[in-house]
Design a protein around this ligand. Structure first.
Ligand code: NDP
Length: 827
């Protein structure tokens, strides 16, 4: 071809990156051992596995197949290393991490080529995106290691962390996991994906090179059934961090339920890419390329659902097809290739299966005219039109270069379509009207929203999902909390149910403090349960009147309603005498309460000022009845009058605290390395189910409800099972405090029966449970239905009166999730 012809066709010439240095490195090292305690060791099984080059289908190298004996050895090494690493000053950890970042940069070319060979992704991406982001992640977290003592006071590392990563961004996912873990003083056992172990092994070499203390990082290659499962079940692992499919994430939730292991899950997605009719369509086309053909579409946050406003749909689809025709697929090491190979033959078959299903279901498939390479695992960029929102390809994560498109007419319809998925990882919004884009962004159920951009990542901006896309964040300050725990937790030992409620009954020392049901009065000055009255008869003698029976009902949708069962249960004082009754709530009451809580969803959209005002008002109304509430606590628990009064006063103070926080626990603005900002917004989670602790019946209730509603959630509360009357007494307080109906719903009854209904319920977004360890386990197990967030006590007590344990940021964090909205700017 002469120069003239090249100008005519504008064809790309070959621009291959040489694999030679990587091949030499592999030849010298393989078969690779396991990296345990700073050493390369042979696997206990003596077995090795091939790692395949997906662009040729041929083996690249042999890696060790670890088994549970190797897991034991690695966890033991990590535990031993934790003893000193966990106490190493932040500055020292920062230096090690800085060295890791520097060495990643020094080896960046080798790492980029190795990643492309092992995964099949184009060198353009590994060189310009994956590896630079890996280095950035270690630099950023070196900073947090340095600042941990001053910025996270009162927090400690979790301990030994098991980390399981997928094959789509092998080294980047390693960095997302290892960097925050080390920064916060944890030690790590990491399992790379079966298909892509090689860059993790190069990383182990870097760890050796920089002299990281042995055992701080351990890397075990092998199969999920041998390594992954053993790591997850290992009793000496304190936390599991996982990225991968929602199904496996669900199985990890089950496997760790009740164990007390911390868990963060970054799971699948089916992210919407929303195009309004005023968007710049040429930019949109490039955005779509980055959204769904980046990394062959094997991206958890891939913009795989194109939602286009009807009047520009045809124009956009025409432009898109023209662009698809120009995409270049082929050798991942060719610098001018846009699309590389699919990671494995199994993944390729899965994509082919889903695409065939899409055609069967009646959608219209379009692919460019050119053919894919015949060697290796390639699949062409694919566009489906005429897709109905309920079909498989519109709902299931295909994890391949396959885009499905649908149309909408109005912004409201776009939001409804976008949220019509069980996932909630990311979304893109394209419009030249910034008002419209910023109005839509908060309405999308997604952890990340990109405005007029897509698939941008930075260590400073946390990443993670809503709904079945998982929980926990990676990156940003919020991501650090996945790797720490409050220091006071280390000291605790006693199970919750041994605490104050079971404390010895202290008879009141004088008459005024005597526990006496008849002395409990309500707001109107009437005495409560079975209030026996007296009246004067006509002849002046005093007649005994039967008491007016008053059994608290449920509090649902702002109304006091009778329990569906028609049954009540007795409430006893510590001496075993009945002091009252509460309704026995059942599944139907709970479901009604969830429905009412959903109907009150507008609460989140109200102003934080208004929420603060209402919390102050609740505190005001509670303080008017301080004596009565104190007396009620005494009556149910046997606490001394002074203790009970202290609890009521602490409850009032706590309401003040969250009224104060409601307009102060705010988001931040990140400045990632691009022209633009990222708005990290703290959003309400939605409907939170909560089972209150038995200790501190009023304060426990207030301590959970107040932060949740301060942050805009609506709640369904199961009060203390042993002492529910302190919560049911709040009905009138809530009714008279301008709290909108349905924001707080209270269902009394058996804690475990009701918790199970809430934890099973698909419309409850989070479940808190403060009670016995068995109940905590049941809640965590049941939560897998919709992968709701859980916060449980594992049977441990908190001192609710202590502000360090009973209030503060931990409660606010559990009440919120961070949404990062990326807003680039400039002409
Ligand atoms: P998996 O979720 O199966 O694998 C992710 C990681 O978990 C791998 O390291 C895997 O090990 C490990 N693993 C698998 N099962 C267990 C287990 N029971 N216990 C502990 N660890 C386990 O993803 P796949 O690779 O199988 O991909 C399947 C689908 O998952 C994709 O098609 C895609 O839809 C989705 N996916 C989503 C990702 C995301 O980023 N959200 C990333 C990857 C996949 P091993 O590799 O040895 O099997």
């Amino acid at each position: 071809m002469n120069v003239m012809e090249i100008f005519e066709t504008m064809d790309y010439g070959p621009a291959p990156e040489s694999p030679a240095p990587v091949q030499a490195w592999l030849k010298q090292r393989q078969p690779f051992g396991l990296f345990i305690n700073g050493q390369w060791v042979k696997p206990a099984s003596g077995q090795y596995l091939d790692s395949i080059n997906p662009s040729t289908g041929k083996p690249l190298a042999q890696v060790a197949a670890a088994n549970s004996a190797d897991v034991d050895a690695a966890v033991a090494a990590a535990r031993a290393a934790f003893e000193s690493w966990g106490k190493t000053p932040g500055h020292v950890r920062a230096r090690y991490m800085y060295a890791i970042a520097r060495h990643i940069q020094k080896h960046s070319r080798l790492l980029a080529v190795l990643e492309s060979l092992d995964n099949g992704k184009p060198i353009r991406e590994t060189r310009d995106i994956d590896i630079p982001l890996v280095a950035r992640h270690f630099y950023y977290h070196a900073g947090w290691a340095q600042l941990m003592a001053s910025e996270l006071p009162g927090y400690e590392p979790v301990g030994v962390v098991g980390q399981i990563i997928p094959w789509n961004f092998p080294l980047l996912m390693l960095a997302w996991k290892i960097a925050p873990a080390l920064a916060m003083g944890n030690t790590v056992v990491l399992k790379p994906a079966r298909y892509t172990p090689l860059t993790a092994l190069k990383f182990a070499e870097i760890v050796q090179e920089i002299g990281l203390p042995p055992g701080v990082v351990n890397i075990l290659t092998g199969e999920a059934s041998q390594v992954g499962e053993a790591l997850v079940r290992h009793p000496d692992v304190n936390k599991i961090a996982f990225t991968g499919s929602t199904d496996v994430g669900r199985s990890l939730r089950r496997a760790t339920a009740g164990s007390g292991k911390k868990l963060s899950l970054e799971l699948g997605g089916k992210s919407p890419f929303i195009v309004f009719d005023d968007a710049d369509l040429d930019s949109v086309v490039e955005g779509v390329v980055d959204a769904i053909w980046f990394n062959q579409g094997q991206v958890c946050c891939a913009g795989s659902r194109l939602l286009v406003q009807e009047d520009v749909a045809d124009r956009l689809i025409t432009k898109l097809r023209a662009r698809m025709e120009k995409l270049r697929i082929g050798d991942p090491l060719d610098k001018a290739v846009d699309i590389g190979a699919i990671v494995s033959s199994a993944q390729l078959k899965e994509i082919q299966r889903l695409v065939a299903q899409g055609v069967d279901e009646g959608a219209v498939m379009w692919q460019p005219s050119w053919a894919c390479p015949t060697e290796g695992y390639f699949f062409p960029p694919t566009l489906f039109t005429n897709v109905s929102p309920a079909t498989t390809i519109a709902q299931v994560e295909i994890f391949g270069p396959v885009l499905v498109s649908m149309t909408f007419r109005t912004p409201a319809e776009a939001v409804a379509l976008a949220n019509n998925t069980r996932y909630g990882l990311a979304a893109s919004v394209w419009s030249e009207n910034i008002n419209l884009a910023l109005d839509v962004a908060p309405k999308l159920k997604a952890g990340t929203v990109w405005i007029n951009c897509t698939n941008l990542f930075d260590a400073s901006s946390g990443f993670g999902g809503y709904r079945e896309s998982g929980f926990g964040r990676e990156g940003g300050k919020e991501g650090l909390y996945e790797y720490v725990r409050p220091a006071w937790e280390t000291a605790r030992s006693s199970p919750a149910h041994d605490l104050p409620i079971a404390m010895e009954y202290t008879p009141a020392s004088n008459g005024s403090e005597a526990v006496d049901a008849t002395s409990v009065t309500n707001a109107a000055g009437e005495s409560a349960e079975h209030h026996a009255g007296e009246s004067e008869s006509a002849n002046g003698s005093r007649l005994a009147l039967p008491g007016i029976d008053r059994t608290p009902k449920m509090f649902i949708g702002g109304k006091q309603v009778r329990p569906d069962s028609g049954y009540s249960q007795d409430v006893y004082d510590p001496r075993g005498s009945v002091v009252g009754q509460v309704g026995e709530g059942n599944r139907k009451d709970t479901r009604n309460a969830v429905e009412a809580a959903h109907a009150a969803g507008g609460w989140a959209a109200g102003t934080t000022h208004n929420r603060a005002q209402i919390l102050y008002y609740i505190a005001e109304n509670l303080s008017v009845r301080e004596d009565e509430f104190a007396q009620r606590i005494v009556q149910q628990t046997g606490y001394s009058r002074a203790e009970a009064t202290a609890e009521v006063q602490a409850s009032i103070s706590r309401l003040f605290s969250y009224a104060a926080w409601s307009d102060k626990f705010e988001g931040v603005v990140h400045r990632p390395p691009l022209r633009g900002v990222v708005l990290a917004m703290k959003e309400a989670i939605g409907v939170i189910g909560m089972a209150c602790p038995d200790e501190c019946p009023l304060l426990g209730f207030v301590s959970l409800v107040a932060p949740a509603i301060a942050m805009g959630n609506t709640v369904v509360v199961i009060p203390s099972q042993q002492a529910p009357l302190s919560a049911t007494d709040c009905y009138q307080v809530l009714e008279t405090s301008d709290l909108p109906d349905g924001v707080v719903n209270i269902v009394t009854g058996d804690r475990d029966t009701l918790s199970q209904v809430l934890a099973d319920h698909d419309d409850v977004e989070a479940m808190w449970y403060f009670g016995p360890a068995e109940g905590c386990k049941r809640v965590e197990l049941a939560s897998t239905g919709n992968m709701k967030r859980t916060w449980v006590s594992y049977g441990h007590a908190r001192n609710w009166l202590d502000p360090v344990q009973g209030e503060g940021e931990e409660f606010l964090r559990e009440s919120t999730q961070v949404k990062n909205i990326w807003v680039p700017y400039g002409e």
